[in-house]
Write a protein that binds this ligand. Sequence first.
Ligand code: PMP
Length: 303
Amino acid sequence: ALPEASTIWLDGALVPWHEARTHVLTHGLHYGTGVLEGTRVFETADGPAVFRLPEHLRRLERSAHMLRMRLPYSTDDLTKATAELVRANGHRSCYLRHFAFLGYGSMGIDMRHSPVTVSIASWEWQGQLPGADAGITLKTSSWRRNDPNAVPTAAKATGPYLNSVLARREANDAGYDEALLLGPDGSVSECTGENVFAVRDGVLRTPPASAGALEGITQDTVLTLARDLGLPVRVENLLRSDLYAADELFVCGTAAGVVAVRSLDDRELPAAPGPVTDRLRETYGAAVSGADPRYRRWLTLVE
Ligand code: PMP
């Protein structure tokens, strides 16, 4: 349920939840001209803290740049606005949705005459993958991931999410929790809202951005945590068979966290969560909660 009693930051002001509305002739609704971020606030001993906020806001700026959208707010402005919103809504922990889109002003493919609207919403959300603790089931999608030469796949933009929505629906209708998407060249790309990792003989492997995957901030976090644990990591193209032959598979994203995969295309993994996934889940939990002092640099306190 969405927290209808709270406020939303909209173009510089906090407004009541139900007043954060837009016109049906909003450019972004028709043509997918929007960029977004999903970020999380965790409860720490020093109060609520946003995890890797500068990285999320920099990705928002990069996404806007790739779409030729000019954000009317700096990352400094948005950092202050984020803290103000979390304080106003009284969250100890929450999910944040930063969103910038072309609004009401003109219709048609020509994007040059529509104003940019920016909003930040917050709510308490347990993530995208219900029942994730027991490990999730994956199915390779019949849909290919967006081609990086059709849309900029490194931009977290609204239009390209139709690809994720179609793949997720197909997987869910077939009884699976999540879809695995292959890139245009047939190599493994990512899931609909998470990056994917395979572990074999103690080595972690994850596909690069060139496979059409988003440059996930959790993916980057996991790579850092794994290196700090002394685990070998490789960012490289993976085949479907690399995943079938893995000892462990897991997916990761801001909303999902680090989640073990129980099966892929009805092939059971030997363990879910396996020992490496388990260790990374634990280390990730210590990083986001501020329990591990090495990773406090990733936290932005809001109070
Ligand atoms: N891939 C896709 C398609 C996503 O939507 C997300 C969620 N933003 C991710 C990967 C994971 O990215 P992050 O770890 O930055 O949340």
